[in-house]
Design a protein around this ligand. Structure first.
Ligand code: UDX
Length: 448
C-alpha cells in the first residue's frame, strides 16, 4: 500500500516540523489545528515557534503548494489517506496526562471517516500513556466511524524530536518505532517511511502500540535520569576538594556502555517534554499500582539543583537580600525561545524569593520570559547592560553568545565582580582574580 497524501493534526513544533519536512520531500500535505489564529499565522508563512530552518521550509512548502493549511477535519480526511495526530498532551494539575486533545482529534477523524471510502491510516504521534491507542483512540474512532480495524489502520509512532533540532531529527532519526495493532497498519506506515527516507532508512522496531507508548516515556525518563545522576554527582564534587564533575563526566562517558551525552551537570532538565513526561510516567505507574523510585529520585535531584545554585550564590556574595544579580539565559536550553519549565526561570523566581533584585538577558527568549516574570525583574537588551552595576552574574543557559565573558569585562562593568557558572561554560582558570563558583566544582585542593 502506498500512502502519500498526509494530514497533520496539531501544528505545534512536532506537527509543523513534520508537515514541512514531508512537504519538502514531495508529499501532499494538509495541516490543521484547532487554533484558528495559529492556522492563519502559519498560512502567512510565519512560524509560531522558533525552530532552526523551519520558516524557510514553511515558506517554500506554501509557495510550491505542497503544504495546505485548512481548518476542517472532513476536508483534511478527504484530501489524505494517512494522518498524523500531533496534538498536545499537557499535564493535569496532579501531573497525570490530559488526553482531551487526543480524544477530540480521534473523534473528529473518526467522524470524518464515516463516509470516506478506501483505506485510511491513523497514526498517533502525541505522547500518550501506555494503553491509550488501544483503549481510548481505537474505541473512539470505531464508535464515531462505524468501521473496524482493517477498514482503517491505526499505529502509535512516537517522535523523539529535540527542540531546535526538530528538522534534523525528522530527516535523520536514530530509529523508527512502529506500534501497530495489525500487520496491514504496520506495513502501510513502514512503506510510508521507506518512501520518505529512501536509501537512508533508519533502523526500525515494529511492536505493539503499548510497547511503543512505553518506549517513548522510558526514553525520556532515562535521559532525565542520566542528567539527574550527574547532577547528584555534582553535589558530591562541590563538597570535595579538588573534584570536578566535568572531568568525572568525561571519565565515565568514555565507557561505551554509558556514553558522554546527557552527562552535562547544571541547573537540571526543563522544557516542554522531560518534566511533563517524567511526571506522567510516575503518575501512570501509580495508576496501575507500581512505584517507580528511580523516577521519584530523578525529580527530587532536579529540584535540588536550584537550591544548590542558591547556596553557591550565597557562598559567593553572602545574603542575597537586596543584592543586584544579573542572570544570563532564560530559555530552557540554548537554541530556542522556549521557556516552558525553564530551570533558569525557576532560579530567577527563587532569587526573588530570597530578596535579590534581578536583571535578565537572553538572546532569544526575552519576550516569552516577560510573559512569566512580568515586572518582577528588569530586562536587558545586551550582556553589558545586564551586568552593569551588579553584585553577581549567574550564567543560567549556556548560549554560545555568553562565551565572550572575560574577567576584565566583569571587573569593569560590575559593582562587585563575581560569577556563578551554572552550566559549566567557562574555564575557572580565566576567572582567578574575581569571585567564581561553578556547579560541580569542588574547592581547591590545598595539597595540589
Ligand atoms: C527532549 C528529548 O531529547 C527529545 O528526544 C524528546 O522528543 C523531547 O524532549 P528537548 O526538550 O528539546 O528534547 O531538550 P533536550 O536537548 O533533550 O534537553 C532537555 C533538558 O535537559 C534541557 O533543559 C537541557 O538543558 C537539559 N540537559 C540536557 C542537561 O541539563 N544536561 C545534559 O547533559 C543534557
Amino acid at each position: 500500500m502506498h500512502l502519500s497524501k498526509v494530514a497533520v493534526v496539531g501544528l505545534g513544533y512536532v506537527g509543523l516540523s513534520l508537515a514541512c519536512a514531508l512537504a519538502s520531500r514531495g508529499f501532499e500535505v494538509v495541516g490543521l489545528d484547532k487554533d484558528y489564529e495559529k492556522v492563519m499565522m502559519i498560512k502567512r508563512g510565519l512560524t509560531p515557534i522558533y525552530e532552526e530552518g523551519l520558516d524557510k521550509l514553511l515558506r517554500k512548502s506554501l509557495d510550491d503548494g505542497s503544504l495546505k493549511l485548512i481548518y476542517d477535519y472532513e476536508e483534511a480526511v478527504e484530501r489524505s489517506n494517512l494522518c498524523f495526530i500531533c496534538v498536545g498532551t499537557p499535564s493535569k494539575p496532579d501531573g497525570s496526562v490530559d488526553l482531551s486533545y487526543v480524544e477530540d482529534a480521534s473523534r473528529m477523524i473518526g467522524r470524518s471517516l464515516r463516509n470516506r471510502r478506501g483505506y485510511y491510516l491513523v497514526v498517533i504521534r502525541s505522547t500518550v500513556p501506555p494503553g491509550t491507542t488501544i483503549n481510548v483512540v481505537k474505541r473512539i474512532i470505531e464508535e464515531e466511524s462505524g468501521k473496524s480495524l482493517g477498514d482503517y489502520g491505526l499505529c502509535f509512532n512516537p517522535e523523539f524530536l529535540r527542540e531546535g533540532e526538530a528538522l534534523q531529527d525528522i530527516f535523520n532519526p536514530d530509529r523508527i518505532i512502529i506500534g501497530c495493532l495489525d500487520e496491514t497498519s504496520g506495513e502501510a506506515l513502514l512503506n510510508f517511511y521507506r518512501s520518505f527516507h529512501g536509501d537512508s532508512m533508519p533502523p526500525v522496531l515494529v511492536t505493539t502500540p503499548t510497547n511503543a507508548e512505553l518506549i517513548k516515556y522510558a526514553n525520556n525518563a532515562f535521559l532525565a535520569m542520566k542528567i539527574s545522576f550527574i547532577n547528584m554527582i555534582s553535589q558530591l564534587c562541590q563538597n570535595l576538594p579538588g573534584a570536578d564533575v566535568k572531568v568525572v563526566a568525561n571519565g565515565i562517558g568514555m565507557d561505551r556502555r554509558i556514553g558522554r551525552e546527557f552527562l552535562n551537570a547544571g541547573l537540571g532538565w526543563g522544557g516542554s517534554c522531560f518534566p511533563k513526561d517524567v511526571m506522567g510516567l510516575l503518575r501512570f505507574g501509580e495508576s496501575i499500582g507500581v512505584k517507580l523510585p528511580l523516577i521519584e529520585a530523578t525529580i527530587e535531584v532536579n529540584e535540588a539543583q536550584i537550591i544548590g545554585a542558591i547556596k553557591l550564590a550565597e557562598k559567593l556574595v553572602g545574603d542575597l537580600r537586596g543584592k543586584n544579580i544579573a542572570v544570563l539565559g532564560l530559555a530552557f536550553k540554548p537554541g530556542t525561545d522556549d521557556v516552558r519549565e525553564s530551570r533558569s526561570i525557576k532560579l530567577v523566581e527563587k532569587l526573588l524569593e530570597y530578596g535579590a533584585k534581578v536583571r535578565v538577558h537572553d538572546p532569544r527568549a526575552l519576550e516569552k520570559a516577560r510573559e512569566i516574570l512580568r515586572e518582577k525583574v528588569s530586562y536587558a537588551s545586551s550582556i553589558e547592560e545586564c551586568l552593569s552595576g551588579t553584585d553577581l552574574c549567574i550564567l543560567a543557559t549556556e548560549w554560545s553568545e555568553y562565551k565572550v565573558l572575560k574577567q576584565e569585562m566583569l571587573e569593569k562593568l560590575m559593582k562587585n565582580p563575581a560569577l556563578l557558572d551554572c552550566r559549566r561554560l567557562y574555564d575557572p582558570k580565566e576567572f582567578e582574580r574575581i569571585k567564581f563558583a561553578a556547579i560541580g566544582l569542588g574547592p581547591p585542593n590545598s595539597s595540589q
